[in-house]
Design a protein around this ligand. Structure first.
Ligand SMILES: Nc1ncnc2c1ncn2[C@@H]1O[C@H](COP(=O)(O)OP(=O)(O)OP(=O)(O)O)[C@@H](O)[C@H]1O
Length: 251
């Protein structure tokens, strides 16, 4: 009910509305950049149709939408179980602030990428944003080491034991290497790309991570985000994009 028991609109109601608005906004922020955001839009449209059918007294449509809505709710929980788990993990995770800021990390990462691109060393680096990447880190080898240019280069060097698979970066740290990312299906827009690029696209589709890919074949640098691949980037452009996407947009 919008108004208090005596019908007056008081500070408690304002607090109530502000709280609900914050929860809705935070919910949106949690899913933004993941595949769940498209479904969220669908749910909003469905809810609007349901409400309209109720207000206009369209009883048959309203009863159908009510039934579909109940079943759909359970289906959503099943389909989006990974995203829900990630969102709950994020809510429960303490916020860590890195001393010294993330600027130097960005420089090191961009420099490593540039050098690997020059030498045509294939690389796949996922940078965590809001969605925790713990379940993907668990598929590889746990490291928890400070990110530096030589360290990243050593990880991806040909014949290095952990060069196969992706690296996961959390803040200023490389948390895991040789990780297996989910592959994007090969029938879409990017079917001409190989598995390294499709792994970058797949992870970026399921999470809001920014994934940097260096092609072994061409030495090109690209970023995968929200299931899309950027055009080829110069190292300067990469630095700029990462600054905007990761280091200035931290929760
Ligand atoms: N599911 C995956 N998760 C993480 N890394 C993967 C995955 N699948 C493949 N890779 C990495 O991609 C490498 C193979 O890349 P491939 O040549 O097939 O892709 P590509 O997109 O054509 O890249 P490139 O331009 O570098 O050749 C593997 O050696 C491995 O390191």
């Amino acid at each position: 009910m919008l108004f208090g028991a005596n019908g007056a609109f008081g500070p408690k109601d304002i607090f109530d509305i502000a709280l609900v608005a914050t929860i809705i906004y935070q919910g949106y922020v949690l899913v933004s950049g993941t595949r769940a955001v498209n479904v969220l839009r669908g749910v909003v449209i469905f809810g609007a149709a349901w409400l309209a059918s109720d207000l206009l007294n369209l009883t048959t449509l309203n009863s159908i939408l009510s039934r579909v809505g109940t079943v759909g709710l359970f289906a959503l929980v099943v389909v989006f179980q990974p995203e829900l788990r990630a969102a709950l993990e994020r809510i429960g995770r303490p916020r860590l602030r890195e001393p010294g800021g993330l600027g130097p990390t960005l420089q090191e990462l961009a420099r490593a990428t540039e050098r690997m691109s020059e030498r045509k060393t294939g690389a796949l680096i996922a940078i965590e944003r809001r969605t925790p990447l713990g379940e993907y880190a668990a598929t590889g080898v746990t490291l928890d080491a400070r990110l530096s240019t030589p360290f990243l280069e050593a990880l991806f060097a040909r014949n290095a034991p952990l060069h196969d698979g992706g690296v996961i970066v959390q803040g200023t740290r490389v948390v895991a290497a040789a990780c297996l990312f989910p592959l994007q299906s090969s029938d879409g827009l990017y079917r001409r790309y190989g598995t390294r690029h499709r792994a970058a696209l797949g992870l970026s589709e399921l999470t809001d991570a920014v994934v940097v890919v260096v092609s072994e074949e061409r030495g090109s640098i690209r970023i995968a985000m929200a299931g899309r691949l950027s055009p080829e980037l110069s190292s300067g452009e990469l630095r700029e994009r990462l600054r905007e996407l990761v280091y200035e947009d931290r929760p």
